[in-house]
Write a protein that binds this ligand. Structure first.
Ligand SMILES: *Cc1c(COP(=O)(O)O)cnc(C)c1O
Length: 491
């Protein structure tokens, strides 16, 4: 049994793996955008038991090449416009390799990965207009960013007892809608009321459930005429709740809804939050880069600078490989109070130059052992710079605008919404027909988009987050939809 690889073995495997990366990335655009995994291939995954004897590395890589790599979900293909799934920037792919080679746990400590992550957080804090002492960390995605931020908001509103000195007490019943100063039995109702927009992402509701805020304490705030949370309706809803004895906990505004790309007037919403002393979280998972880096969106940017927390996904519009969300938290003490169960006398603050390093990430977030997520984000920012990102995002916006134009020009199509790089439209027919058209396009292999609802109508939704998508690809997408519609109409 060899326990260690020689330099030659490392190189041979590395070169083969790099060849596989190159083949995947360069062949993608030439193949069908998507094809379902053939049942026979699925069967091979389902039938195979746990390997008893090991196989040579070359055989394992070969299996990847034949059974895994040929069946991607389509993202990375220039005509893939589904959900918000960009291609990885190639440098991000290699950054993952390098991060895994070091394989640190970035819980904390005085090692380079910690300082890289702190620098990345500081860069984004600066872009968001947060103060220099703001904190934050990389998390798995936008959902985890929202969960993290709302956990801090909730803790600020209803602090848990000191973990070390407080006696353990049996859970007490919670009073619905009341603000208890007690986390024991934190069921529905103990955490105050959460305000979300009509188009707020589903992850906000998941976070509300996980934090024990409860569905009943999530208030959906009416939209203005442009799919944005209405600041006026927010104020009225909070007033009404206060009169009824319900304490507001937090407002989640959105900078780029996933459904239609709408950007809330976050400055106006921040004004309402300030008026009532309510926590403002901005979900900028998708739209953050466009809002923070491009001209325009002045109100949203001003509002983000006033927020208590912001979530932004480098694995969306910053083209980092999946597994890179970021949460910024204005108040470092609040973040630490929510997550640190380390008693004061064990905290490492005095050891900035020693082994302990700065305040540990595991004290301001949920995970203990944490991957080196920051490296890919750091490398991409260094390589592309803000200018490179601006050019790519503007390109994506232009391709989305092209899709919208083509849709508007097609008599059988109806444009339903267009915000940032999201375009929602439908064929002028009933919902079922639109669903069939969607499926035909998705399975057709020429282009790929996803479905959603806009208002009450089923819609086809294209989201452009791929600098390799060209105006011609936009045209092909719209042509594929028209073709699928003609085929439907003919049957
Ligand atoms: C994608 C998205 C989320 C969820 O982020 P994940 O990275 O998928 O967990 C939340 N909000 C918005 C607006 C998003 O686009």
């Amino acid at each position: 049994m060899t326990t260690e690889w020689t330099a030659e073995e490392l190189r041979a495997t590395g070169y083969r793996a790099v060849d596989l990366v190159v083949e995947h990335l360069t062949r993608l655009p030439g193949g069908p955008v998507f094809q379902p995994v053939p049942p026979g291939v699925v069967q091979t995954f389902e039938a195979e038991g746990v390997p008893r004897a090991g196989a040579p590395v070359a055989a394992v890589l070969e299996e990847f090449a034949t059974r895994v790599e040929p069946w991607p979900f389509g993202n990375g293909h220039p005509r893939f416009f589904g959900w918000v799934n960009p291609p990885p920037h190639p440098l991000g792919v290699f950054a993952e390799l390098l991060a895994a080679a070091m394989n640190p746990s970035v819980a904390g400590g005085n090692h380079a990965a910690v300082h890289v992550e702190r620098q990345v957080v500081r860069w984004f804090a600066e872009l968001a207009g947060f103060p220099p002492d703001a904190t934050g960390l990389l998390v798995s995605g936008g959902s985890a960013a929202t969960l993290t931020a709302l956990a801090v908001a909730r803790h600020r509103a209803t602090p848990a007892p000191d973990p070390v000195s407080a006696p353990v007490r049996p859970p007490t019943a919670t009073r619905a809608g009341a603000m208890g100063g007690d986390h024991a039995g934190a069921g529905a109702g103990s955490g105050g009321t959460l305000y979300v927009g009509v188009e707020g992402h589903v992850s906000i509701r998941k976070a509300a459930r996980l934090l024990g805020i409860g569905d009943a304490n999530v208030r959906v705030v009416a939209s203005d005429g442009a799919d944005r949370m209405s600041a006026r309706a927010l104020r009225a809803t909070i007033r009404e709740d206060l009169r009824a004895g319900r304490a507001p906990l937090a407002v989640v505004a959105t900078a780029g809804t996933v459904n239609t790309g709408a950007v809330d007037d976050i400055d106006a919403i921040a004004g309402v939050c300030a008026e009532f002393g309510v926590w403002l979280h901005v979900d900028a998972a998708y739209g953050g880069p466009a809002v923070l880096l491009l001209d325009g969106h002045r109100e949203a940017r001003a509002g983000i600078a006033r927020a208590d927390s912001v979530g932004l996904d480098p694995h969306k519009w910053l083209y980092a490989p999946v597994g890179a969300g970021l949460v910024l938290l204005r108040d470092p003490a609040a973040a630490r109070a929510a997550f640190s169960l380390v008693p004061d006398y064990l905290r490492t603050d005095g050891d900035v130059d020693g082994v302990g390093g700065p305040v540990w990430f595991s004290e301001i977030g949920f995970d203990q052992t944490r991957p080196f997520r920051a490296l890919k984000v750091w490398m991409l920012l260094k390589h592309l710079g803000l200018d490179g990102y601006r050019a790519r995002i503007e390109h994506d916006l232009a391709v989305a605008a092209r899709i919208a134009e083509r849709v508007a020009a097609a008599p059988e199509l109806e444009l339903l919404a267009h915000g940032l790089s999201v375009v929602c439209f439908r064929v002028r027919a009933d919902d079922d027909t639109n669903r069939r058209v969607l499926r035909a396009v998705q399975l057709g292999g020429t282009a790929f988009l996803s479905g959603t609802t806009v208002g009450a109508a089923f819609a086809l939704r294209a989201c452009v987050v791929n600098p390799r998508s060209s105006p011609a690809d936009a045209d092909t997408l719209v042509a594929a939809v028209r073709h699928a519609w003609r085929e439907q109409a003919a049957t």
